[in-house]
Design a protein around this ligand. Structure first.
Ligand code: PHE
Length: 358
């Protein structure tokens, strides 16, 4: 290698750079000179073979050539960039009079919306959200809730059972959110104030029943909570949820194995003219089941029923959403029809603020 070699290579590269027609060919030149296999890189690698006194001046010359080439590339790049921009500006035009492209905005499913609304209302009353698994033990779903073996809910045609395990026990897809009452009472000491939104499963399918549906459960356990609190809490909830401040309501005696006494809550409505208006008229509409937690349920969870008491309630989320938002068929919730979702869905800013992030 001689300094002449270096000068020649440098000059030939500089002239190529100056005449590079576009950014791509400029980059090809850069790689061919300075890349791993580049010609200038090869010279640097070859320095080792030069004699000791040549090495320094040759090395210097190569480095100077490198600086020159890098500078030349930067200058040419700037020029070609500007040229490319000029070209684009000349060829592209923006028609500012065109209307904006319609943007499809995602929608919140009415079930999610309704859960968020309910959670927001109960959280403001001091409830905490609790959750549990969809696959439950027979104990949590039935036995601990005082549901006897002969209870119709346990029958094959109402409950989805998983295959029997070796010990003969069978897990179930939870038929209600009530097993989360049991889970909570087994793991936490009173006072307890929880709401449990979640999926539930029953072998049922028609316009008002789906094999998978949603419930929200409530449970309050402490030393002094009584039926008056139950009524006050649920009346307040229904008034807020349906947005009717003087919503009429009544509690009818009913039966659930896990509450005593048990009740069903109705709200006032009108069915005049084929429609349904909540809060007006003389008709009644059943909205939820509730009652005072049965002492046997407390005992199953190791809670002393002489010291503690409380109430529980449960309601169907689809049904509440159908009533509030006028959705006629329950099956449409799960059809995944985007046109339906565009119509019945909610924009993200419709989510009640208290529920954000829950
Ligand atoms: N678990 C009941 C159902 O699924 C609802 C309910 C919950 C009733 C809590 C009373 C108390 O129908």
């Amino acid at each position: 290698m001689t300094s002449k070699n270096i000068d020649n290579l440098r000059d030939s590269l500089l002239s190529k750079i100056e005449s590079a027609a576009d950014l791509n060919s400029l980059d090809d030149i850069r790689v061919s000179a300075l890349g791993k296999q580049g010609s200038l890189t090869a010279l640097l690698k070859g320095l080792g073979k030069a004699s000791a006194e040549e090495r320094k001046p040759l090395g210097q010359a190569i480095n100077e050539a490198k600086v020159k080439i890098n500078n030349a590339i930067a200058i040419r790049k700037e020029f070609l960039d500007a040229q490319a921009l000029d070209l684009r500006l000349a060829s592209e035009t923006v028609d500012v009079t065109l209307p904006v492209r319609p943007e499809q905005e995602g929608k919140i499913h009415p079930i999610s919306q309704t859960i968020d609304e309910m959670v927001a209302i109960f959280c403001e009353m001091g409830f905490e959200v609790a959750e549990g698994p969809h696959i439950e033990t027979d104990f949590n779903n039935f036995t601990a809730l005082n549901i006897p073996p002969e209870h119709p809910a346990r029958q094959e045609h109402d409950t989805f059972y998983l295959p029997k395990k070796e010990d003969g026990s069978r897990l179930v897809l939870r038929t209600h959110t009530s097993p989360v009452q049991i889970r909570t009472m087994l793991s936490k000491k009173p006072p307890i104030r929880i709401i449990v939104p979640g999926r539930t499963f029953r072998a049922d399918y028609d316009a008002t029943h789906s094999p998978m549906f949603h419930q929200i459960e409530g449970l309050v356990i402490d030393q002094s909570t009584h039926m008056g609190h139950l009524k006050g809490c649920l009346i307040e909830f229904c008034r807020t949820f349906f947005g009717v401040s003087n919503l009429p309501s009544r509690f009818r005696p009913s039966y659930f194995p896990f509450t005593e006494p048990s009740a069903e809550m109705d709200i006032g409505c009108s069915r005049k003219g084929g429609g349904l208006t909540i809060g007006a008229g003389e008709d009644w509409l059943e909205i939820l089941g509730c009652g005072m937690v049965h002492p046997k349920v407390l005992a199953a969870c190791g809670i002393d029923s002489n010291l503690y008491q409380g109430f529980a309630f449960g309601l169907g989320i689809e049904r509440a959403a159908m009533l509030k938002y006028g959705i006629p068929d329950l099956r449409t919730f799960f059809d995944s029809d985007l046109r339906w979702l565009q119509h019945y869905g909610f924009l993200s800013h419709d989510i009640p603020s208290v529920a954000r992030g829950v």
